[in-house]
Design a protein around this ligand. Structure first.
Ligand code: ATP
Length: 343
């Protein structure tokens, strides 16, 4: 498990192997009443395991007949056993039997960020205030920075490959963690420019156009996806929305066009518009636009975004000291720029 003040563990033995009977007992034999989510590879259940004391968990049951699902199952175990950090969801264990592939995670009671931004799902109750949105962005940015940069103790680096608001989960205190590492890849070594050539994976609306065209995957593709999440936060709209006018289908293209035309005021989510100070808005939009630049090299790294840029946005100390103390800077920008006072 992650240790907020110590070093993230890299031991794969820290994930427990469960029997199918354990999981059946934890989920009331996969009761439909306990379903809390549905992903591309199966249902997610709320469950309860006991290891001395009882613990609430999320149980993802993958379709065993899917070859892609089997690959994602192994990648998820490998990555989450290696990368343990307060801003990444923790893997508690797994169950592997001839016809079962099941992952057991820490339970994130407020569900995914997308549902709160786009007013859907059981966890949604009211529009999220601006400062809360900013803090969630910063937590997610910290998680990505750790993944991209590693630490002196945990030097491995990785690319998540499916950054999106529905892969940012929220705990009881609204602290955010990145989830869903089934597509992620280790490496490349160099933070900014190295690439791996790969089959294009990810989710429409978040895909870096350059990666889509060239299949050269760098961390800058992830920075692009993070920029799309920032636009979702600002506009309260999904990355792809086919229900409206054609020019608004893709959020990244539409929002950038409006920003370029100087009509950013018209695209802000009305439920937070009054809460955003002008300085904060300018900083936030500037970071998003830089993340979305066409040329990957011109985009900042996550390490540059978090410490230097978002500092003003949130003055909470990080839960873990990352190699880039830079992170602290990103946080300061936001608090100054927000009118909201939150504990
Ligand atoms: N650890 C967790 N705690 C609480 N809810 C979770 C947890 N993991 C997943 N969920 C819920 O289940 C939903 C589905 O998760 P899952 O990772 O399977 O799919 P997804 O990322 O939404 O879809 P896909 O894998 O197809 O991209 C999430 O959006 C979230 O609402």
């Amino acid at each position: 498990m992650s240790d907020c003040d110590g070093s993230p563990s890299t031991s794969s033995s820290s994930s427990r192997r469960f029997s199918l009977a354990d999981i059946q007992s934890a989920t009331d034999n996969f009761s439909d009443d306990l379903v809390i989510g549905q992903g591309g590879f199966g249902k997610v259940y709320k469950g309860s395991i006991s290891d001395g004391e009882s613990m609430t968990v999320a149980v993802k049951r993958l379709n065993p007949r899917s070859r892609q699902g089997a690959r994602e199952f192994r990648t998820e175990i490998e990555m989450l056993s290696r990368f343990r950090y307060p801003y990444l969801v923790s893997l508690i264990g797994y169950c592997e039997e001839p016809d079962e592939m099941i992952l057991v995670y820490e339970y994130m009671p407020r569900g995914n960020f997308a549902d709160h931004l786009h007013r859907s799902g059981k966890n949604y109750s009211a529009p999220l205030p601006w400062l809360r949105r900013l803090r969630i962005c910063i937590d997610a940015a910290r998680g990505l920075d750790y993944l991209h940069t590693g630490t002196s103790i945990q030097p491995d680096r990785a690319i998540h490959r499916d950054v999106k608001s529905s892969n940012i989960l929220l705990d009881h205190n609204w602290d955010a963690k990145i989830s869903d590492f089934g597509l992620s890849k280790l490496g490349p070594e160099d933070q900014a420019y190295s690439h791996v050539s790969t089959e294009v994976k990810g989710t429409f609306g978040y895909l870096d156009p350059e990666y889509y065209l060239t299949r050269r995957l760098t961390r800058k593709s992830e920075v692009y996806a993070f920029g799309v999440v920032m636009l979702e936060v600002l506009c309260g709209r999904p990355a792809v929305d086919l229900s409206g006018d054609e020019e608004q289908w893709g959020l990244a293209g539409w929002a950038q066009y409006c920003i370029g035309e100087g009509t950013v005021d018209e695209i802000i989510d009305p439920s937070v518009k009054e809460e955003i100070k002008q300085d904060c808005l300018m900083d936030f939009v500037q970071i998003a636009v830089e993340c979305l630049r066409n040329i990957p090299r011109k985009r900042p790294t996550m390490a540059e975004i978090v410490p230097n840029r978002m500092k003003k946005l949130d003055n909470r100390p990080p839960k873990h000291q990352t190699p880039s103390t830079v992170m602290l800077s990103l946080a300061a920008v936001l608090v100054e720029g927000s009118t909201l006072q939150m504990s």
